[in-house]
Design a protein around this ligand. Structure first.
Ligand code: HGY
Ligand code: MN
Ligand code: MN
Length: 421
């Protein structure tokens, strides 16, 4: 089937519409915005609706022990190794509708197009909705793709959310099975490749007037928690020169992080996304300040140098003020290159559509960087308005989503030819 034929439904733009449909309650925890964290009722509602769409598209559907939703479209023979197409269904707090879900919906659209054309391939296709890519509920992220890749550290199940609920407890309540989570791991011989379509979450494609891009590699990242401890005290009676206040120290530390990252190279970026003063009262000098650090660069070496430099400055700032600082590593993800031969197939697919194949790195993390431990991976970027993401203003066009679906069908054509050669 030449991929450009109409397939009986608006392939690609339907994918966008479905992301919009899942952008509101009950698929969000909060009225009027999209917050869909791992193992919440909103996550469950989304999996129920996605299951129906996967079945309609001609797939069988199952959930694994890690609460991944997996649709499977068999190849010519059953039990064939699979091309996995997928992305994450969870969101950041008050996030956008397309960061994650678009890659799942495009996968469903592509399978439905094949199914409606009665087409079977020398490989199966699986569409996967990973439940925890953002790490917006628990401190670590990527636990679902790690479970599939067989790289999940069991200690991740002990991590707790702000209410003290552990991943294991939440998983059990959700219908997953922490005790058999190792069963979610796929064998490398059962997986042909992983393809993730995702919004770029950056400004490059839009600035160059391009709808789609081919990802070369995904940046290395580290997540750390910093705690600076002083002495809690009365805000009214404690003279300024007698305070052990961690607040100004945290401010100095965050300015140091900004200075070090601004001066960096290799795409170095640093972010403090979460900060808490404890005990957190108007009239109490904080006893401690806790804040998160998200440090990324195109290579782990640059990332690690920056983490060491920033941590040393934090300890020096604390010492100068007679305070105590702790910097705790929560998660490390190494940079992850995409597979050159799959990138070539993606570029050829874009050429079929008379689209230039802009190669670009991803500063954002993706499940693809974890799946790369299991199989060769490829990522297709879709232009997003203003490069805005992790923000309700995140936007894509129907036309670009339709082009992405066509590119994925052409990619599959080429993968089929390669597998039959
Ligand atoms: O943080 C990231 O880069 C991704 O959105 N989880
Ligand atoms: Mn994402
Ligand atoms: Mn994201």
């Amino acid at each position: 089937m030449e991929a450009d034929v109409t397939v009986g439904f608006d392939i690609g733009s339907r994918a966008k519409a479905r992301c919009d449909l899942l952008g509101v309650a009950p698929y969000s925890e909060v009225e009027g915005q999209l917050t869909r964290r791992f193992l919440t009722p909103a996550h469950g509602a989304a999996l129920t609706t996605l299951s129906g769409w996967m079945l309609e598209a001609g797939m069988s559907v199952r959930r694994d022990a890690a609460a991944n939703l997996i649709g499977r479209y068999e190849g010519e023979l059953s039990g064939e190794k699979a091309l996995i197409i997928g992305s994450h269904i969870d969101s950041v707090r008050n996030g956008g509708r397309y960061d994650g879900p678009l890659g799942i919906m495009l996968g469903i659209d592509v399978v439905e197009a094949l199914n409606r054309a009665g087409r079977r391939l020398p490989f199966a296709i699986e569409v996967v909705a990973f439940g925890d890519e953002e790490g917006s509920r628990f401190p670590a992220s990527m636990s679902c793709s790690r479970a599939i890749a067989g790289t999940l550290d069991p200690s991740a199940l002990d991590m707790t959310d702000a209410e003290g609920v552990s991943v294991a407890q939440a998983l059990k309540a959700f219908g997953g099975d922490p005790d058999t989570i190792a069963s979610a791991a796929r064998k490398p011989q059962d997986v042909l490749a992983f393809l993730e379509a995702h919004i770029e979450q950056g400004p490059v494609l839009e600035a160059e007037g391009l709808a789609l891009g081919v990802v070369t590699a995904i940046a290395a990242q580290k997540r750390l928690m910093v705690r600076i401890e002083g002495t809690a005290g009365h805000a009214g009676t404690t003279p300024m020169n007698l305070r052990k206040d961690p607040g100004p120290a945290a401010a100095e530390a965050i300015l140091a992080l900004e200075r070090i990252c601004r001066a960096g190279t290799d795409g170095l970026v640093g972010t403090v996304g979460r900060m808490t003063a404890l005990p957190g009262a108007f009239n109490v000098i904080p006893g401690a300040i806790e804040f998160s650090m998200d440090i990324r660069a195109e290579t782990s070496a640059t990332r690690d140098d920056a983490v060491l430099t920033i941590s040393a400055e934090i300890h020096a700032i604390a010492a100068k003020r007679g305070l105590r600082a702790e910097v705790k590593l929560m998660q490390a993800l190494a940079e992850s290159p995409c597979d050159p031969s799959l990138m070539g197939l993606l570029e050829a697919a874009l050429a079929d559509l008379s689209l230039s194949a802009r190669r670009l790195p991803s500063g954002a993390g993706h499940d693809a960087m974890v799946m790369a431990d299991l199989c060769p991976v490829a990522m297709l970027f879709v232009r997003c308005e203003g490069g805005i993401s992790h923000n309700p203003a995140e936007a894509v066009t129907e036309a670009d989503c339709a082009l992405a679906a066509q590119a994925m069908l052409h990619f599959i054509d080429k993968l089929e030819r390669r597998e039959r050669a």
